[in-house]
Design a protein. Structure first.
Length: 240
């Protein structure tokens, strides 16, 4: 098991955001978390990525194991060193830096210059619109291109698991489909993915497994294919 979260309870002040939530991600999987706003899925991702403790959130109890070892309480910098990389909600690219500088920031902990150069070529091949714009500032890119940059920056860390928080947020339909197709390609190239997403249809289309969140709890889990066929999921999340 690559990632194993057990009985996780988290809160923001007096508000309980997660109640004894357990989930896991196996090596080589794409696992999606879907559910309405405020259901707790992003909080779960923030707990895994170390971001929760920087956003006035606290983990009350539970275990977070990565490769069999506890990572609860580690900083985001320490988690990057373990192989956990986050493409955050809202992209959060460095707008005053160039595309190239953003990608280089993703590799800031790496000393293997030759393989960093190889990964740079890989990212620019994966996202062709960025290839001719490496000298442009990130603020000049469209939202879809900025999302490509955010994912590319995360990949420059050469992660064992890529965490993606609401990657379709604010994107046009064409870019949404493109980004999810790229996740499939990234996964086929060997990167495990844990995805939080409002667009349940696209998330379930590419995921091996998925968890459905509601009011801080996981209420359903199954393969992506089975959840797409589930009448309750279709009615609630897929508009069927």
């Amino acid at each position: 098991m690559l990632l194993d979260v057990r009985d996780l309870t988290a809160r923001y002040g007096a508000v309980v955001a997660l109640k004894n939530v357990s989930f896991h991600v196996g090596e080589g999987e794409i696992v999606a978390m879907i559910g309405p706003n405020g259901a707790g899925k992003s909080t779960a991702l923030k707990a895994v990525s170390g971001v929760l403790q920087t956003t006035d959130g606290t983990i009350e109890n539970g275990k977070i194991l990565f490769e069999g070892k506890s990572i609860k309480g580690l900083t985001t910098n320490e988690l990057v060193g373990r192989g956990i990389s986050l493409a955050p909600e809202g992209r959060r690219v460095f707008t005053t830096m160039t595309v190239l500088e953003n990608l280089q920031m993703g590799a800031y902990k790496r000393k293997d210059k030759a393989s960093v150069s190889q990964d740079m070529d890989m990212v620019l091949t994966l996202f062709p619109p960025l290839k001719g714009r490496t000298k442009q500032k990130a603020c000049t890119l469209s939202t879809g291109e900025q999302q490509m940059l955010a994912i590319g920056r995360a990949l420059m860390q050469r992660p064992k698991i890529l965490l993606a928080d609401e990657p379709s947020l604010g994107l046009s339909p064409n870019f949404v489909e493109l980004i999810f197709d790229k996740f499939t390609e990234i996964n086929k190239n060997g990167t495990t993915i844990l995805l939080v997403e409002q667009n349940a249809s696209e998330a379930l289309r590419i995921s091996h497994r998925a968890y459905v969140f509601s009011i801080g709890e996981i209420v359903l889990s199954d393969s992506g294919r089975n959840l797409r066929r589930n009448p309750d999921v279709q009615k609630t999340f897929l508009g069927a």
